[in-house]
Design a binder for this molecule. Structure first.
Ligand SMILES: Nc1nc2c(ncn2[C@@H]2O[C@H](COP(=O)(O)OP(=O)(O)O[C@H]3O[C@H](CO)[C@@H](O)[C@H](O)[C@@H]3O)[C@@H](O)[C@H]2O)c(=O)[nH]1
Length: 243
């Protein structure tokens, strides 16, 4: 990759809840990708007091890689994904922010493609998509596939933002763009990702897509349960009324 801005710094937000097995692997993969591509970066871990001791693992990783690379911004309890991102961005020092899951569903190998795409078009946002081009999902059962597809189709029909993967969370943002979008969002939990795209369209930000393969986690469990799905539907209804 030919860097066209040597001053660019990428802040990766990693929200964690019970990710002690996954965290060392994803951090190692991220460090490798950024180092190989000679990109400046920091990884911000937002742990919500995980009972499995994820924060202790994160502290050991900070000792290993240094506090300029691994930044810890823990919270006292499980406050949800949406507010974890808000908390993370407040602490980001990069001019770009990358949001991704910590469970290796989002492979860091796609990050150079996100960055190239952003640089090619000077885009405000690059979003990973499982539902266009070569994108896809591996490892989900039929119920989970239908839930994800259904959530996307519903949001697309009701709000039509013209983004193929509305509920995905592997994205790159210009930091000032992300800050402005976050300021305007009202959602918490999983619907937050979808609202981000709606707000981005309202502000006329440019959005490019990169097909990604989402691979279901090997270690640990998804936190997406019935409560989150009901929360998503309620959040979507609130948005439809307010937008
Ligand atoms: N700090 C914090 N982190 C959390 C919380 N809930 C989940 N996380 C972290 O957020 C990431 C995603 O959580 P999962 O529970 O593994 O998500 P998923 O079921 O695999 O859902 C994926 O697909 C959804 C729909 O397609 C996406 O909306 C979602 O963001 C994610 O990519 C993981 O790194 C997990 O540890 C929380 O309350 N607090």
């Amino acid at each position: 990759m030919a860097p066209n801005a040597t001053t660019d710094r990428y802040s990766v937000l990693l929200p964690t809840y019970n990710e002690r097995e996954n965290l060392p692997i994803i951090v190692w993969m991220l460090v490798k990708v950024f180092t190989e591509h000679k990109l400046d970066f920091e990884i911000i871990v937002i742990d919500d007091n995980s009972p499995d001791g994820t924060l202790d693992v994160a502290k050991r990783l900070q000792d290993l890689y240094g506090s300029d690379r691994i930044v810890l911004r823990p919270r006292a309890g499980k406050l949800g994904l949406g507010t974890a991102y808000v908390h993370g961005i407040k602490n980001a020092t990069g001019n770009f922010v990358i949001i991704m899951d910590a469970d290796m569903s989002h492979h860091p190998k796609f990050i150079p493609q996100f960055i190239q795409k952003q640089r090619d078009g000077n885009c405000d946002i690059v979003t990973g998509t499982r539902y266009a081009g070569d994108g896809g999902v591996y490892g989900w059962d039929l119920r989970r596939k239908l839930t994800s597809r259904g959530a996307n189709v519903l949001a697309d029909v009701l709000l039509s933002p013209g983004v193929s993967d509305l509920t995905g969370s592997f994205r790159l943002y210009k930091k000032h763009v992300l800050a402005k979008i976050i300021d305007s969002t009202i959602s918490k939990g999983y619907v937050f990702q979808m609202e981000m795209m709606i707000r981005a369209r309202q502000f006329d930000y440019s959005i490019a897509e990169v097909p990604i393969t989402f691979v279901d986690r090997v270690y640990g469990e998804s936190k997406l349960g019935a409560n989150e799905i009901i929360g998503y539907l309620k959040g979507l209804a609130t948005l439809v009324v307010s937008v």
